[in-house]
Design a protein around this ligand. Structure first.
Ligand SMILES: *[C@@H]1O[C@H](CO)[C@@H](O)[C@H](O)[C@H]1NC(C)=O
Ligand SMILES: *[C@@H]1O[C@H](CO)[C@@H](O)[C@H](O)[C@H]1NC(C)=O
Ligand SMILES: *[C@@H]1O[C@H](CO)[C@@H](O)[C@H](O)[C@H]1NC(C)=O
Ligand SMILES: *[C@@H]1O[C@H](CO)[C@@H](O)[C@H](O)[C@H]1NC(C)=O
Length: 433
């Protein structure tokens, strides 16, 4: 108070300017807040539409698909240099015309994200410029220009490139980021999906994302505004649905490799390779977000590899199908969480570290047995190696979690084959990938 009186004494004009500037800044903040509140409302209704009332049926469909794709009869038809062993890859990878028919990928998602078609309704947009100089008016040809458009786009890359983001990359709805045919590295800042639907991120390397201060950043063709600090996740998904991350290689980010929060649902993370990172995946960031009960996420055919520590994933509230992944490395634990998440672990391979204190796959965060005994955490058909063990809980009172009602997953002993092409692929135009 004393300070502002001193200012008045010094110069009434400067105070007037100060008041006007403050009002303008406040007006901007308010309009940004309104803008995001409006988008959050639209997102909430889209997220509700993506939520399925019978997640066990969705899980069974996934497992049946894998069993069909890996039946001896089905595999016999696919002899040749390209061997696609899981139903997602089977859908596109061994076709010589993948580059002429890129949008076929939009038919290939499975699991809770199976309705994800990304930018299938739009044109193909080619990134020719690896720079990221203008956060408010990005240049045509850059990744950021494509990402913020309001119409659907299928984004591809003209050549190998390293896109060094200057701030978080805010991806608008109905986009596919398709790195096939080039080695594309997206580095330095995070990819943010906030209040959007229909995003596919495929075939890119994402690493060395660090926190950034924020500032004025464009999030769509018609809007830019003040953004607060970004954490340095690899991919941050907030209040979004129908998101599919496939064949991505991720490592060495500052916060999580993939964080999915704030009621996001209808999501699949598949065929990806994760290495050299502490907090790998966080599904639900806060005990105070009970709307995260709507989260439904499939984690499948991924390789959790060298240098990983924990959270593969760490879950709150939602329903998580963790199926046919290869866990070859962890230091603390693989799958954990709190706040009564449902975790169905099927057909994974868990290879425990040598540390005798880290053999347990699971970790309940801050919860005594009396609290977690009813959480449905199930392990079926998982392969346990080097002393790994999964401490199950819950399900006593719910018929639907009885083993007999599940279509079993492909057994964990096949995981080596199902995940052998995890991560960004080296696809050549005109050849099977
Ligand atoms: C308010 O936003 C406009 C653009 O929408 C910008 O030109 C102006 O500098 C902003 N004002 C403040 C005080 O941030
Ligand atoms: C986004 O994609 C969905 C699914 O294809 C479609 O229904 C919707 O109309 C698209 N949105 C826009 C703005 O094109
Ligand atoms: C998170 O969800 C709440 C309630 O559903 C909403 O009010 C808020 O705007 C969301 N936050 C973001 C960043 O979308
Ligand atoms: C596994 O869970 C049971 C209860 O479900 C608990 O009593 C036991 O201590 C746990 N075992 C380990 C090794 O954590």
């Amino acid at each position: 108070m004393a300070g502002s009186i001193a200012v008045v004494a010094r110069s009434p004009l400067s105070v007037l300017l100060y008041v006007l500037a403050t009002a303008a800044a406040a007006a901007n903040v308010t309009s940004d807040e309104e803008y995001w509140a409006q988008r959050a409302e639209v997102a909430r209704s889209n997220n509700r539409a993506a939520y399925v009332s019978d997640p066990v049926a969705a899980m069974n469909r996934f497992n049946a698909d894998v069993l069909r794709a890996t039946s001896r009869r089905s595999l016999r038809r696919y002899q040749g240099p390209c061997m696609a062993t899981n139903p997602i890859d089977r859908c596109w990878r061994c076709r010589g015309d993948w580059a002429a028919d890129r949008k076929r990928l939009a038919q290939c998602a499975r699991g809770f994200g199976h309705n994800t078609v990304g930018g299938v309704g739009g044109k193909v947009y080619v990134v020719t410029d690896a720079s990221d100089d203008d956060l408010i008016r990005p240049r045509r040809g850059t990744l950021r220009w494509g990402a913020i458009q309001d119409r659907p786009l299928w984004i591809v890359f003209a050549r190998d490139m390293i896109v060094t983001l200057r701030q978080e990359l805010i991806v608008n709805h109905n986009k596919t980021i398709d790195g096939r045919g080039a080695q594309v590295h997206i580095v330095s800042a995070q990819i943010t999906l906030q209040n959007v639907q229909q995003v596919i991120i495929h075939g890119v390397h994402i690493h060395h994302s660090a926190p950034h201060s924020g500032g004025m950043i464009r999030d769509s063709k018609h809007h830019y505004g003040q953004r607060s600090r970004s954490d340095g996740d690899g991919i941050s998904v907030l209040s979004s649905s129908n998101v599919w991350v496939d064949h991505v290689s991720m490592y060495r980010c500052s916060d999580g490799l993939i964080d999915v929060v704030n009621g996001s649902t209808g999501i699949t993370i598949s065929n990806s390779h994760f290495t050299n990172h502490d907090h790998v995946m966080l599904f639900g960031a806060s005990n105070d977000n009970p709307q995260d009960r709507e989260m439904q996420i499939t984690v499948s055919f991924n390789h959790f590899g060298k240098g990983l520590v924990q959270r593969m994933p760490r879950c709150r509230y939602g329903f998580f199908h963790v199926v046919n992944n290869d866990y070859t490395h962890w230091i603390m634990y693989a799958i954990g969480g709190n706040k009564n998440p449902t975790i169905i672990s099927q057909g994974n391979r868990f290879i425990a570290p040598d540390d005798p204190n880290a053999k347990e796959v699971t970790k309940r965060e801050y919860a005594p047995y009396s609290e977690y005994k009813d959480w449905v955490w199930k392990s079926q058909g998982d392969v346990m190696m080097n002393g790994a063990f999964f401490n199950e809980s819950g399900g006593q009172n719910e018929r639907k979690y009885d083993q007999l009602d599940f279509i079993p997953a492909k057994h964990g002993s096949y995981v080596g084959q199902l995940t052998q092409f995890a991560g960004a692929l080296k696809c050549r135009v005109g050849k099977p990938c």
